[in-house]
Ligand binder design. Structure first.
Ligand code: HEC
Ligand code: HEC
Ligand code: HEC
Ligand code: HEC
Ligand code: HEC
Length: 684
């Protein structure tokens, strides 16, 4: 039934597109219709029927977060529950609560629908799931059709009514019936799709049609505040991976590894995400990491700092699921203490802290907290809450990696170790960058050289250092079709090729495992097991010390300027995103760009810093067994190799000139020996 209705809409749309083309409107880049963006899982509620109001008590409606706030928020009870770490208060400052209001999303959504008709249906399925499930964003999508509470992004009811599509033993009793009732929309069992035995849900959200709220705890037979089911799935990553693997169903994977367009306006032929184009594989990266077969403890061999207490609360010694790191536990209650429920030792905080450190500020600015309409939903953000949320995300970034710096001969090695549960930087790759900044200083703190310099006034990054990033774009076939040049592009829904991906893999990485989930490194090599990366910098002459830093930027200048220039939807007092008072922006793209400038151009976050003595170390010339080449250690091997070269007049021993200057002069004299020994005994 649903398919019929939407097919009708698509036909109308296709007609409209043809009509628009005739009068020379901007053409979509690819032929598509809403059917291309069909995913299995729950479909919008009965088409044509009156829309069920999302009110408490209506069995089918997805109850809004503002109603959960009454018992799961602390408003009016700040003294009894002072830390405001209630589910509601933490969730509303997370990017998930703002997944629809997010102006970066809004801009990209507008461009996506221009590029590929019908694609907004896929976007809204994850970014405005309440509206989508309630059939209020069916194409042609009009933001005016949304209820204000629909704009609460990934809200409580979406996660807490979601059903494990794998129906593992111990799942809530109603689940099997719910899944069977989906018929051909039922998600395919994941074991057949992903690495065996690991959750591989498909972006296929299954929502309990009844308002049974699922969570990890047994609330007991006497619990009467609402319907509930105990659900182990809420402790598992599969819940999150439903949305945190993003696939474009317009493309099918070919045997040669390329991706080609499917016949227009038809569902993907297999519906298997691993046959679609992988826009984001964060969830699958986790599945192919040591965390999925974990838990991972601090005892894991290899480089890296301790994991004890790093992410999930002070006492946590091991990590496995997304929740372990993104919902740190606390001794607390999950509802107002007045209900007399037990204090939980493992109450999960709804932080969902990630890497985004500026968009929440833009949301706070664009949606007026004094607007009384906003009172009952999460657009109403106050400055203190925003500051705290940004600080949680910065702290997450600081904990995401460790930096080890070592002088090896005349070079400085910066090793960055990924401590997160997926690639670093992870997830949405458009415009996200992480880089190494090195400053070499001479005596008296004079700056000798800087690599990877960032100019905060222009947001320009000098690309003479290592930048970790992924670049997706269009291949030759898609270039021909779209008129875009072959190579990286930000048109995310027509991109069909990964051009470069050197983001650092997580613990347990294997090339085969990552290739299996369409996440292999591209244009860069990581050995199996390598969850770190090294960069070697030549130490300039005259250097005595170095400062090494690792930075993360949520949104780069290149990406935001592209949004500014391409999201040309008018922004005025009647549109969803309105230019704030004093703004001169007239388009959505300009509003987003203006916000980015206003909030510090997505100020890079310093993830790590290391200060180190750094001189070129000519005395380090050999490794174990007198193998040639610096190894960062000064041992008898170095002396033997030096002397061998010296007496054979080998160039390697020419390290000094007259007066013991450290300039090779083609002569083998006492100067060379003295400089070598000085260096050796000073440890360089
Ligand atoms: C009238 C008060 C009240 C309202 C309103 C309310 N809840 Fe609850 N809820 C509770 C209490 C009390 C608990 C028990 C908490 C505990 O024992 O830790 C609870 C527990 C839960 C649990 C835990 C279930 C489990 O098995 O682990 C979830 C999930 C939940 N509520 C979701 C919601 C959602 C979603 C909303 C809004 C749509 C909501 N609640 C609205 C009172 C309420
Ligand atoms: C061992 C801890 C750990 C585990 C397990 C983990 N994460 Fe993360 N995650 C992090 C850290 C640290 C960051 C911050 C670094 C970054 O942004 O890449 C992060 C970042 C993220 C981001 C933001 C990425 C960005 O920068 O845009 C998302 C989304 C995310 N994680 C989701 C998940 C999901 C979903 C899972 C489970 C499938 C998961 N994480 C498992 C530690 C973890
Ligand atoms: C992105 C998914 C997601 C969203 C959105 C979400 N939750 Fe949760 N919630 C979870 C998960 C997962 C757990 C269990 C985590 C664990 O135990 O490791 C949980 C646990 C809970 C619990 C159990 C805690 C207790 O002590 O009883 C309550 C209550 C709860 N959530 C309420 C809410 C409310 C209210 C909202 C909205 C304001 C909300 N949740 C939004 C995923 C979500
Ligand atoms: C219904 C789909 C959905 C589910 C289920 C879901 N997420 Fe998300 N999540 C999103 C979307 C959409 C965003 C992007 C919001 C934005 O930036 O506009 C997001 C953002 C995030 C971020 C912030 C990323 C950043 O850049 O800072 C984290 C962290 C995260 N999710 C973790 C989780 C975890 C952990 C779970 C499981 C408990 C989960 N998500 C379940 C859709 C979902
Ligand atoms: C399967 C669920 C899913 C679908 C479909 C989806 N997204 Fe997302 N989107 C996410 C998640 C999850 C994140 C957060 C990823 C992260 O930060 O790692 C995200 C992040 C984003 C961001 C980054 C926001 C920011 O503030 O940095 C943009 C922009 C975006 N999505 C646009 C779109 C558009 C446009 C579409 C449709 C063409 C779309 N998404 C389809 C789940 C989805």
């Amino acid at each position: 039934m649903w398919m019929d209705k939407r097919a009708g809409v698509a036909l109308v749309l296709a007609g409209l597109v043809a009509a628009c083309a005739a009068v020379a409107f901007a053409q979509p880049l690819v032929p598509s219709g809403v059917q291309d963006f069909y995913f299995r899982g729950s479909q919008p509620l009965t088409p044509g029927a009156p829309l069920p109001p999302p009110l408490e008590g209506e069995a089918e409606g997805l109850v809004e977060a503002g109603s959960c706030k009454l018992c799961h928020g602390n408003q009016g009870f700040e003294e009894q529950w002072p830390d405001s770490n209630s589910p509601y208060e933490r969730w509303r400052y997370s990017m998930m609560a703002q997944a629809y209001r997010d102006p970066v999303f809004q801009a990209q959504l507008h461009i996506a629908e221009k590029d590929a008709v019908g694609s907004s249906d896929a976007c809204l399925r994850c970014h405005a799931p309440v509206a989508w499930q309630s059939n209020r964003v069916a194409p042609p999508y009009d933001p005016a059709d949304l209820f204000p509470t629909d704009t609460d992004g990934v809200s409580c009811s979406i996660c807490h009514r979601s059903v494990d599509p794998d129906n593992k033993p111990g799942a809530p009793v109603p689940d099997l019936e719910i899944l069977q009732a989906l018929g051909s929309n039922r998600p395919v069992a994941s074991g057949a799709l992903g690495p065996a035995g690991k959750a591989a849900s498909q972006g296929h959200l299954v929502i309990d049609p009844k308002d049974r709220r699922r969570g990890p705890f047994d609330l007991g037979p006497a619990f009467g505040y609402h319907q509930w089911e105990q659900s182990q799935w809420h402790r598992e990553s599969g819940l999150c991976i439903t949305c945190h693997d993003i696939s474009n169903p317009v493309f099918s994977k070919q045997v040669d590894g390329s991706y080609t367009l499917n016949a227009p306006n038809q569902p993907h032929p297999t519906g298997n995400k691993y046959d679609m184009y992988p826009l984001d594989r964060l969830g699958s990266e986790w599945m192919a990491s040591a965390f999925a077969s974990g838990p991972v403890t601090q005892t894991i061999p290899g480089p890296g700092g301790t994991l004890v207490g790093r992410f999930g609360g002070v006492d946590r010694v091991s990590y496995a699921s997304c929740q372990d790191c993104h919902m740190p536990t606390l001794v607390n209650t999950g509802c107002l203490p007045i209900f007399g429920q037990p204090i939980r030792q493992d109450y999960p905080q709804h932080n969902f802290q990630g890497g985004n450190t500026w968009v929440i500020r833009a949301v706070g600015d664009l949606f007026d907290p004094l607007d009384s309409n906003l009172d009952d939903y999460a657009g109403n953000l106050d400055v203190q809450g925003i500051d705290e949320a940004v600080e949680r995300n910065k702290e997450m970034l600081r904990r995401a990696s460790d930096l080890e710096v070592k002088v090896i001969g005349s070079r400085l090695r910066a090793r960055i170790i990924n401590e997160s549960g997926h690639r670093l930087p992870g997830g949405f790759s458009e415009g996200t960058a992480m880089w190494v900044n090195v400053k070499f200083f001479g005596p008296g703190n004079t700056l000798v050289q800087e690599r990877g310099a960032y100019n905060p006034a222009t947001a320009e990054l000098t690309r003479d250092s290592k930048v970790y990033e992924a670049k997706q774009g269009v291949d030759a076939t898609m270039a021909l079709l779209t008129g875009l040049p072959v190579g990286p592009s930000f048109h995310l829904d027509v991109n069909n090729k990964m051009f470069f991906d050197n983001r650092i893999p997580p613990r347990g990485f294997s090339n085969a495992g990552f290739a299996q989930v369409q996440a292999a490194p591209v244009g860069y090599v990581y050995a199996d097991g390598q969850h770190w990366d090294d960069t070697l910098f030549d130490i300039p002459a005259g250097t005595v010390r170095a400062e090494v830093r690792v930075f993360y930027q949520t949104t780069t200048k290149e990406y935001i300027e592209w949004l500014r220039d391409n999201a040309d939807k008018p922004a005025n007092s009647t549109t969803y995103i309105k230019p704030p008072a004093g703004s001169s922006a007239t388009t959505l793209g300009q509003v987003v760009h203006e916000q980015w400038v206003k909030w510090g151009r997505s100020t890079p976050v310093e993830m790590d810093v290391a200060l180190t003595a750094a001189r070129r170390c000519a005395a380090d010339m050999a490794g174990p067994g007198q193998s040639l080449g610096a190894d960062g250690e000064l041992t008898a091997d170095d002396i033997i190799v030096f002397l061998n070269f010296f007496f054979a007049s080998g160039a390697l021993a020419d390290i000094a000139g007259p007066g013991q200057t450290t300039v090779p002069d083609g002569e083998f004299t006492a100067d060379d020996i003295i400089v070598f020994l000085n260096g050796f005994f000073a440890g360089c």
